[in-house]
Design a protein around this ligand. Structure first.
Ligand SMILES: [Zn+2]
Length: 480
């Protein structure tokens, strides 16, 4: 059951969302916000002190499911991003500036930012991200290298020791593409901004993730969780739905591996989930679309409640879903999901499942795309009651027993990608045995590997607690 926001919370949310000159509809579920936040010049100094996250405690054994440990805490030395950005539709661009404080757990002689808008798919649609010059705490910029369009390397004159902090400031400018069926798009005044700013691609314990960009409707990103504080300025009359929680003129998102933003003229609906850690859910449907935000809201809340029981509580306080035109299916980011019209079915529950498998427990999406897609499909299939159908689907020869292949393999087998990775990933879990026991193992996985970048061996460890022969089962699907 969903709970509507208490009246006080609604009032606070609306007050926080409104700035001087705002026009607001009298309808409680409709919010038209005029954003007048201005982009600050120079490095921002806003505090980025993380707020404590409500981590789940241990769970006692239930039947055959062993006791689940307390949720692992995020790395206290995680990066902090302070960012400001301004959307200018006349200029068809977003101007931004970020300052990131980074403390690697291994020594390194460089910083590596990924510039995903320059990947094949968004670039072909007209997107372009220009980043730099880069400042490392001094007024004179430092030299950079661009080994490929999606990679910006900042060589360090003096290598950074493990545990040593560095601060980098990077101004950037994103040229918007047109009406692309993708995470970066502009259709009229509806704008999707996903994977849109220079982001540090550090994998703790491993180093820089330099996986190649993919041309598929997919991603090959790897990022550690970080704390984000950012401001978004948009033209009058447009609203923002984004990752995190709005706090006055800024948005905060703590211990997340990315942030994303949708801009439009939204009819919205809001509710709180009835879960151990309530999640404030906001659904916005861009004007001109017939979709009913209340229909999405009901199903999102139900999915959160189902997955919280199955995979453990989620520590993030907010989830927003923007339905915008020109998108088929959905695209997930931590706390913010983009969906196209007519997606109240499996797309919706699949994207909510990504809040556990991708957002909370991360993975290298270039090396191990099945870890988040297979698990999200498993979660979705049980929620939708379609597990039998998923198990019965045939897998193309190019992908059969190859669920664990990286995106570089699927780049030349894109026609087989969905069934081989999404469907076959769920089939691999189904082959283990009792579905409730699979969910039990995934509760262990989510608790033990929360806030990390997991590898297939980590999933195997969790599955073995419940299924001693899990290794042979997964190996049969090419997962290991
Ligand atoms: Zn997915």
């Amino acid at each position: 059951m969903r709970r509507h926001l208490p009246p006080l919370l609604v009032a606070l949310a609306l007050a926080a969302a409104c700035s001087p000159g705002t026009q607001r509809s009298a309808t409680p579920t409709t919010e038209v916000t005029s954003e007048t936040t201005t982009t600050t010049a120079g490095p921002t100094t806003t505090s980025t002190a993380p707020s404590p996250l409500p981590l789940a405690g241990p769970q006692a054994a239930t039947g055959p499911c062993p006791a689940v440990p307390a949720q692992a805490a995020p790395d206290p030395d995680r990066p902090t991003y302070t960012m400001s950005l301004r959307l200018d539709l006349d200029d068809n661009a977003v101007e931004g500036r970020l300052t990131v404080r980074f403390r690697p757990d291994l020594s390194t002689d460089r910083l590596v930012f990924r510039l995903w808008p320059n990947g094949p798919r968004p670039a072909a649609a007209g997107a372009r991200l220009e980043a730099g010059p880069v400042f490392l705490g001094a007024p004179v910029p430092v030299p950079t290298e661009a080994p490929d369009p999606t990679t910006l390397v900042v060589p360090l004159e003096v290598p950074l020791a493990a545990g040593e902090e560095i601060e980098a400031t990077v101004p950037w400018r994103l040229t918007l593409p047109g009406a692309s069926n993708d995470r970066l798009a502009r259709q009229g005044d509806a704008v999707r901004l996903g994977s849109f700013f220079p982001v540090l691609a550090w994998e703790p314990g491993v180093g820089w993730a330099t996986d190649a960009a993919t041309s598929a409707f997919a991603e090959s990103t790897t990022t550690p969780v970080a704390d984000f504080s950012y401001s978004v300025a948009v033209p009058d009359g447009l609203s923002v739905l984004a990752s995190g929680v709005r706090d006055g003129a800024r948005w905060r998102a703590d211990a997340v591996r990315d942030v994303a933003i949708s801009v439009g003229r939204f009819r919205s609906a809001e509710a709180l989930t009835d879960t151990p850690q309530p999640v404030e859910v906001t659904v916005g449907v861009h004007e001109g679309l017939d979709d009913d935000p209340e229909v999405y809201l009901d199903r999102v809340v139900r999915a959160f409640e189902d997955f919280s029981r199955r995979f453990g509580p989620l520590p993030y306080p907010a989830y927003s879903l923007a339905v915008t035109p020109g998108l088929s299916g959905g695209i997930e980011y931590p706390g913010h999901v983009m969906q196209g019209p007519g997606t109240t079915g499996r797309t919706l529950s699949h994207e909510v499942a990504h809040m556990w498998f991708y957002a909370l427990v991360g993975n290298n999406q270039g090396a191990d795309p099945w870890l988040d897609e297979g698990l999200a499909t498993w979660a979705e299939a049980r929620f939708e009651g379609t597990l039998d159908d998923v198990v019965a689907r045939s897998i193309p020869a190019a992908g059969r027993e190859r669920v664990g292949e990286p995106m570089t393999y699927w780049e030349s087998h894109q026609g087989a990608y969905f069934r081989s990775v999404y469907v076959q990933g769920a089939q691999a879990l189904a082959a283990l045995g009792d579905p409730d026991a699979v969910d039990c193992a995934l509760r262990h996985y989510a608790a033990t590997h929360a806030f990390t970048i997991a590898r297939p061996a980590d999933l195997l460890d969790a599955l073995r607690r419940v299924f001693p022969d899990a290794e042979a089962t997964l190996a049969g699907f090419g997962a290991l």
